[in-house]
Design a protein around this ligand. Structure first.
Ligand SMILES: [Zn+2]
Ligand SMILES: [Zn+2]
Length: 422
């Protein structure tokens, strides 16, 4: 048996469940696969072995209701009709969703107290990047979701000046910190406004506010707490309660929710939101990820580790319990920054005929990027290259759960998930 992953989208309101199966080889090599639907389980039977996936804890499947069966390469998928009542009654109190509710702070507050002393370290080589920061103010830096006026309500319109942190300020935002340039000037290396660790050349962030401040990515830094001269403790800047990618998706949802004057969300039924993610890489090239969030609280049952074949019981049946989680379902597309964004028409004529198609697709890609950048309704969010890469890896991996028929759209977006614990 070569079944590796089972992913079940549960839509109680539509009384249906979509089952996606990912195998480790192409199904054309499998001569025999039988799918058996029972009220409380799915069984996938091959010649001598079988995999039984228990579902009774979550819903009741109506037997013989398979529809939309798709078999393609390493994937198979089908739809079931379900009723919400679990086939088995569970008394497991840890399953109570209320107990599992966790508040996800969109921009977590850093582990730094006003009045404390810290030194900022490079996370990669642990060398000191700053002189001692005698921290007097810890403040959230204005960004898309926090108004500049809330930040400094008694200042005039010279925001560039008032936003520059003092030597004793620790400003932070979503996954970044903003520090006065003088704090770190000696220990970092600059090139074209980009900031690198002087010792290991890790890319840290960029100069902002006319080079008076540095915006550095939290995932490149550590903090050394100076409690007294002897006991130094080294900590992360924030405690991650959820994975950075999940935090990012929640940030996107939060930033794009339209609220009324009382702060209540409007347009709850809005079908999807578009976000343009931008990251600058150590080579100073920019990449973009075009995201369209289709669903944000989709219930999913899945196995997180590949199925361990070989641990079948006496009847050669592998018993599988799925875990319940929530997911974002989204379309994504990666675009590189191109030299000429948009107006590539005059150059196209000079290309050899063999290159025409690639030149015109480059041109349409840069048109797409230009349109997304100019669309006022599309939120643009800058993230660290590490977070950008992690998100892309997760999307690429989870996309493999879906048959290619569903995975690719006509405009070259891919469909995928980001899973999170509810
Ligand atoms: Zn370093
Ligand atoms: Zn949420």
């Amino acid at each position: 048996m070569s079944l590796r992953y089972v992913c079940v989208e549960v839509r109680h309101n539509l009384r249906c469940a979509n089952v996606f199966l990912q195998f480790d080889h192409s199904l054309t090599e499998t001569e025999f696969l039988k799918i058996v639907v029972e009220n409380d389980a799915l069984t996938f039977r091959e010649y001598s072995t079988a995999t039984r996936v228990a579902l009774g804890k979550f819903f009741t499947a109506e037997a013989r209701t398979i529809s939309n069966l798709t078999v393609e390469e390493c994937n198979a998928s089908f739809r079931l009709t379900i009723t919400s009542e679990p086939a088995q009654v569970t008394t497991d109190s840890t399953e109570n969703p209320i107990n599992n509710k966790r508040k996800i702070y969109i921009t977590p507050k850093p582990n730094i107290e006003e009045g404390s002393q810290h030194i900022v370290l490079c996370k990669n080589c642990k060398c000191e990047l700053s002189t001692i920061l005698q921290c007097q103010r810890v403040r959230e830096f204005p960004s898309g979701s926090i108004d500049v006026n809330e930040f400094f309500c008694h200042h005039g319109p010279k925001f560039d000046e008032v936003l520059v942190p003092q030597l004793t300020d620790f400003f932070y935002g979503f996954q970044f910190v903003v520090l006065n340039s003088e704090l770190a000037q000696q220990q970092v290396k600059m090139k074209d406004k980009h900031v690198y660790c002087r010792r290991c050349l890790q890319y840290l962030g960029e100069n902002v506010l006319n080079d008076n401040a540095m915006k550095l990515w939290m995932d490149t830094l550590l903090l050394k707490c100076q409690i007294n001269d002897k006991d130094d403790t080294i900590i992360n800047i924030v405690n991650e309660k959820v994975t950075p990618t999940c935090q990012l998706l929640h940030k996107i949802i939060e930033d794009t929710v339209v609220t009324d004057v009382a702060g209540e969300p409007l347009l709850q039924q809005i079908h999807f939101c578009k976000v343009l993610l931008e990251a600058t890489f150590p080579c100073r090239k920019r990449k973009y990820l075009l995201l369209q969030v289709l669903e944000k609280h989709l219930q999913v049952l899945r196995n997180t580790k590949p199925l361990a074949h070989g641990s079948h019981n006496n009847n050669n049946v592998l018993q599988v319990q799925l875990e319940q989680c929530k997911s974002f379902k989204l379309l994504y597309r990666l675009l590189d920054e191109t030299e000429d964004e948009g107006g590539g028409d005059d150059k196209r004529g000079e290309k050899d005929s063999g290159e025409t198609s690639s030149a015109s697709s480059t041109s349409s890609d840069s048109m797409l990027l230009k349109n997304w950048k100019e669309d006022m309704s599309i939120h643009v969010l800058k993230v660290s290259p590490t977070l950008f890469g992690t998100l892309l890896d997760e999307l690429d991996e989870n996309a493999l759960l879906l048959p290619e028929l569903y995975r690719y759209t006509h405009d070259h977006f891919q469909l995928s998930y980001i899973f999170y614990e509810d």
